[in-house]
Write a protein of this length. Structure first.
Length: 255
């Protein structure tokens, strides 16, 4: 399995990260992609990547919840890092209307700048769109060209929204929400072709049932894969094989 989205450099893992990674390997997690948040998360993320090369893999971007009045300073740091070395993707980036709507214009501007960086460096984008999915799909529709690909992470939208996303050539990141009883994802997942799906946990957030409300971790990816398998009435091996292939395609991994 490939974990496409986990903030394992978070403070919530500082006491037992090595154990968390060992357990992840034991259940079959082959790689963990780590989306950046802002300048405060870079050092911890890169240190973890350095300790576990090829297993913990860094991306570089500015999370919409870190977009404030001085967001240009943050983006300057992101651009500087992108010029220094390779990263797997641009992200986590996007829009968020859940906590604070006052910086929406800045979020949109930061989104467009990061899309331009993704096109320049030929990297996929990792999109966050909490309470803002329709607006974000429209943004991507407007900015899309042959040089833009990526994933809508933590998808919990409708079948119609999923169809618009996959028509853009983007992947859909499915996580712990698929296991939530009232999420409605059991009605949506059957409409999404497996070739468009990647697995994620968004650790330490959104742990799947039966760990809902506790700290999430990459080893729980197997619970998410199993739930998708149950909904699609397919063996879990088929889910793992296809989502792994999709993740390698998303992050342009040469086989």
């Amino acid at each position: 399995m490939i974990e496409t989205h986990a903030h394992i450099y978070s403070e919530q893992f500082k006491d037992d990260i090595e154990q968390v990674l060992d357990v992840s390997r034991e259940v079959g997690v082959e790689k963990i992609y780590m989306p950046n948040i802002d300048h405060t998360s870079i050092d911890g993320m890169l240190a973890l990547e350095e300790r576990h090369p090829g297993f913990c893999i860094a991306t570089m971007g500015l999370h919409p919840c870190s977009v404030k009045g001085d967001f240009q300073k943050e983006l300057y740091i992101i651009e500087e890092w992108l010029g220094k070395r390779e990263f797997a993707a641009i992200g986590e980036m996007g829009t968020d209307l859940y906590w604070d709507k006052s910086f929406l214009d800045q979020q949109v501007e930061a989104f467009k700048i990061q899309v331009a960086l993704a096109k320049h460096y030929k990297k996929p984008i990792i999109i966050h769109c909490r309470e803002s999915i329709d607006m974000t799909i429209k943004l991507v529709e407007h900015l899309k060209d042959d040089n833009l690909t990526g994933v809508f992470h933590c998808f919990n939208g409708t079948a119609e929204q999923a169809e618009r996303i996959t028509k853009l050539g983007f992947y859909i990141g499915l996580g712990g929400v698929v296991t939530f009883k009232n999420s409605g994802m059991d009605q949506v997942i059957p409409t999404i072709d497996l070739k468009h799906i990647v697995l994620e946990t968004d650790s330490p957030y959104l742990a799947p049932v039966p760990y809902r409300g506790k700290r999430n971790q990459p080893s729980y990816l197997s619970l998410i894969a199993q739930k998708i398998a149950d909904i699609k009435e397919l063996p879990i091996e088929a889910i793992i094989a296809m989502t792994t292939e999709n993740a390698n395609s998303l992050f342009q991994v040469k086989q």
